[in-house]
Design a protein around this ligand. Structure first.
Ligand code: NAD
Length: 355
């Protein structure tokens, strides 16, 4: 059985992707999970329903910048692996307030690497041979593509937003801790995720929630920016495989081969909402409104995922059509989940205009 008897630290496990990783590891493996999360605005412990009263799951409130606390947790739980998903993740917020992004994404990754290394050095040879540090990153570190081509593992780094610059910095730290200190690290760079439990500030949940209540649906700029969408559960499976079988010191790109313009994504959601939650007034597409673009908005991201497909046998299982329908249905059925976030004070207003 996969990961039997092993303990995995999942940092940021109460966030969107981290919680999908926790749910997947609990459902499909025998691993013991320690979810380390600071519980920022983006966190929600309800995202892991199968963690409740599961003896293989523990939650610890922890900031990855807090080195003494990390040291104590490493010595208490003696993990076999670390999956680092703790991050500030919203590009628009990084434009207005980059400080938190530098703190968590750069300094936090540094603290986690240092404490992982200190712990790793105290392991015996057998334990060291099995230990892994998987750092989860984004394709945004590679900057923007033109109309053709794909990001590969050899693409040069060219981050354009404070968010992607902070993630690029953390990738470089992880690489250096492998090359200099021999920490057994792995890095993944993934395209845009979507699916259940996605915080309402991101394009897809924002559009679904506004569309359900018949509000205006903002699209940045001309709506022609392209993202390569991946269903979050496919990402969680890929990360688990990389942890299990990835080659130490390597980087793996993860993507769904599902390129769509933002406008097409919003139109698809409109059509699904009209079908699944009909309104009598106007079709949802009439609610679309083009608004001022994001400063430094990357035009196109697209991933060449052939390395992970070839080496680890991973492919995205869900097409965009099936994943987006499942997601829209989830937000219709689970209104209590996102209404609690709105009631908790999330304002749902435009940020990141750099003014
Ligand atoms: P998220 O914002 O939904 O969740 C981040 C989680 O990290 C939250 O639970 C938050 O409380 C926690 N956190 C923040 N600061 C912390 C700190 N200092 N210490 C401990 N926990 C902290 O983000 P997400 O979308 O789930 O992204 C997870 C990771 O995947 C990030 O590293 C992100 O860069 C990367 N990624 C995201 C996408 C995407 O489309 N969302 C794509 C590729 C890569």
């Amino acid at each position: 059985m996969r990961f039997k008897g092993m303990t995995i630290f999942v940092t940021g496990g109460a966030g969107f992707i981290g919680s999908a990783v926790c749910r997947h590891l609990l459902a499909e493996t025998q691993a013991n999970i320690v979810n380390l999360d600071k519980l920022t605005y983006a966190a929600n412990l309800d995202n892991i329903p199968n963690g409740v009263s599961n003896s293989r799951y523990v939650f610890k409130r922890a900031d990855i910048c807090n080195a003494p606390l990390l040291r104590q947790l490493f010595s208490e739980f003696r993990p076999d692996a670390v999956m680092n998903l703790a991050a500030e993740s919203h590009v628009d917020r990084s434009i207005d307030g980059p400080g938190e992004f530098m703190q968590t994404n750069v300094v936090g990754t540094f603290s986690l690497l240092q404490e992982a290394l200190r712990y790793y050095r105290g392991l015996n040879d057998t334990q060291r041979a099995g230990f892994r540090f998987l750092h989860v990153s984004t394709d945004e570190v590679f900057g923007s593509l033109g109309e053709s081509g794909y990001f590969s593992e050899n693409s040069p780094y060219a981050p354009n937003s404070p968010y992607s610059a902070s993630k690029a910095s953390s990738d470089h730290l992880v690489r250096a801790w492998h090359e200099t200190y021999g920490l057994p690290t792995l890095i993944t760079n993934c395209s845009n995720n979507y699916g259940p439990y996605h915080f309402p500030e991101k394009l897809i949940p924002h559009t679904i929630i506004k569309g359900l209540s018949g509000e205006e649906l903002p699209v940045y700029g001309d709506g022609q920016n392209i993202r390569d969408w991946l269903f979050v559960e496919d990402h969680a499976k890929a990360l688990t495989l990389v942890l299990e079988r990835g080659r130490v010191g390597q980087t793996y790109n993860i993507g769904g081969r599902n390129e769509r313009t933002n406008l097409r994504v919003v139109e698809t959601i409109c059509d699904l909402l009209d079908e699944l939650a009909p309104r009598t007034i106007t079709p949802r597409r009439d609610l679309i409104s083009f608004v001022v673009d994001r400063p430094g908005h990357d035009r196109r991201y697209a991933i060449d995922a052939s390395k992970i497909e070839r080496e680890l046998g991973w492919t995205a299982e869900r097409s965009f059509e099936s994943g987006i329908e499942r997601t829209v249905r989830w937000y219709i059925d689970q209104q209590h989940w996102w209404k609690a976030i709105l009631a908790g004070g999330y304002a749902s207003i435009r940020v990141g205009l750099s003014q």
